[in-house]
Design a protein around this ligand. Structure first.
Ligand SMILES: Nc1ncnc2c1ncn2[C@@H]1O[C@H](COP(=O)(O)OP(=O)(O)OP(=O)(O)O)[C@@H](O)[C@H]1O
Length: 255
């Protein structure tokens, strides 16, 4: 189990004022959604939480240790990041790519073993890309690449998932399958924080929300308190119509 403590954190968005310092805790079992318009800083936040870029101010603690003092290998055993954009520069197969998820557990130059391979193949199966295992990643469609990226993090088996628009490029069925997977991870005691553009996915699958405004201001809390139509309209500068389907609110943009 992993816990992320975000203390007085100001992310470093170039040319922008500090806005609100973030003070929140992502606990095992929770699913956090990060919402905000383009450029609000969602990716910057996730990369800061993963220790990939420095904060302007404040700290991130992973399991009672400051992230900044931890070795990358130890961070990678606890925390997995699904990137929004990927550069698949090396000519690797789908199976080889999923196996990268095991690298935090191997010593330098150690080959993956049978258990690693089984874990990667189970993840490929789960993300519905096992039939592509021998294909070069460069030949995959956008949605197939996205599912492979998630399968690679599933192979890594982190206790804390950070996912940057995990449903990017996915058709409706695979969007639901990925959200079910992330919900299952949380139900098994892991923690999830994901950036989303789809308010309806956030309303259905997240239990906590962080709203990031373009000026750096932020609000966060339990879903019920955050999904207020007037504040979502302010967040996006977009009028919304609201309904309820299947017990969850549904938001539709209107002119
Ligand atoms: N290296 C950089 N140099 C200058 N500006 C940057 C840099 N990296 C990010 N930014 C700017 O910081 C802001 C936040 O970017 P970020 O990618 O975090 O936004 P986002 O909320 O994830 O957006 P989107 O919804 O479009 O993915 C943007 O205005 C972006 O142009």
């Amino acid at each position: 189990m992993s816990r992320l403590d975000i203390r007085e954190l100001v992310i470093d968005v170039p040319g922008r004022g500090d806005g609100s310092a973030l003070n929140l805790r992502v606990e095992p079992g929770q699913v956090w959604g990060v919402l905000g318009p383009n450029g609000a800083g969602k990716t910057t936040l996730l990369h800061t939480l993963a220790g990939l870029r420095p904060a302007r101010r404040g700290d991130v603690w992973l399991n009672d240790r400051p992230l900044a003092t931890m070795r990358r290998r130890h961070i990678a055993r606890a925390l997995g990041l699904v990137f929004q954009d990927r550069q698949d520069g090396f000519p690797a197969t789908v199976r080889e790519t999923a196996l990268i998820g095991r690298h935090p557990y191997l010593s330098p130059w150690q080959m993956e073993g049978g258990d690693d391979l089984r874990q990667a193949e189970a993840a490929l199966e789960r993300l519905d890309v096992a039939h592509l295992a021998d294909r070069l990643v460069s030949t995959l469609s956008g949605g197939e690449r996205q599912r492979l990226a998630i399968a690679t993090v599933l192979t890594q088996a982190p206790a804390l998932w950070l996912a940057d628009e995990p449903t990017n490029h996915l058709d409706l069925h695979h969007q639901t399958a990925v959200m079910e997977l992330l919900a299952e991870q949380a139900a098994a005691g892991r923690a999830v924080m994901m950036c989303l553009h789809d308010l309806n996915l956030a309303a259905r699958w997240c239990d906590h929300l962080l709203l990031l405004y373009p000026d750096g201001k932020a609000r966060w809390g339990p879903r019920e308190k955050m999904l207020v139509p007037s504040s979502l309209e302010r967040l996006y500068g977009q009028r919304l119509a609201t309904a309820e389907i299947d017990g969850a609110p549904v938001f539709v943009p209107v002119r």
